[in-house]
Design a protein around this ligand. Sequence first.
Ligand SMILES: C[S@@+](CC[C@H](N)C(=O)[O-])C[C@H]1O[C@@H](n2cnc3c(N)ncnc32)[C@H](O)[C@@H]1O
Length: 264
Amino acid sequence: MISTARQRARELHEKLTAEILARKGQKAAGAARVRQVKDVRLLEEMRALARRTEAELRPSGAMRARMSRIELRVRDEMRFLRNWASNPLSVAALAPSSQELCRLMARYVEADRDGVIVELGPGTGAVTQAMLDRGVAPERLVLIEYSADFCALLRERFPGVNVVNGNAYALGEVMEELGNPPVASVISGLPIVQKPLPERQALLQDAFSRMAPGAPFIQFSYMLVPPVKGLVGTTISSTRWVLANLPPARVWLYRNGDPTPLAG
Ligand SMILES: C[S@@+](CC[C@H](N)C(=O)[O-])C[C@H]1O[C@@H](n2cnc3c(N)ncnc32)[C@H](O)[C@@H]1O
């Protein structure tokens, strides 16, 4: 409907412009000339009106950006649902995490340390986007995602980021294939509590063995209690709840051998 109205406004604009130009070219005298000047003014006003109508029908840049963000979000939610339906235990959420939760997680990434930043279970890339927005260079990111469908989307959406279609709990194998680079931080969206505790502990220990002392392992969780416990020499802290997330969640920070508490 908007495009039909816009087309009409454009046609009117072109017609009036042609008429104005034709009349301006005429050399009339006396009363006829006065009448023509009035007509020309009227036509010019109509022309301005037509131009304004067209501008009002055209969404602004900000509005277009907002529309495309909403469209993107809806598409991601559909994709999430589809992946959840085919693998509910692994995807474990009906929608991507909220922007607020992703930003909170990304805040604890320590990009000033040496090495790559490993993201486990990136899904459609909500946390990835938050890290890029914070200024993390795409080539420093290594994303390990189980779903081939999500991996295809991530590669398309984040050129320059390393996307590995693999199992996060086999972190050693994945990192070996990449030449065992040092790791600055690990950030995880894995539904970690679904795994037996020894597997969770083994994942964190493997991650710590690749990071400098005190480097963070960042995990979000919907649980009241720490999603991983019983690790010797590891400090654990958590943030406030992000109530806008569905379900509400908070961020847990694990550091090996560093007592730095988590604020936020
Ligand atoms: C709860 S979703 C979180 C997605 C995203 N990080 C977010 O917050 O919107 C969990 C993601 O972890 C992935 N995942 C589950 N188990 C995995 C595993 N063993 N290795 C890699 N990815 C896994 C799922 O495919 C899904 O994309």
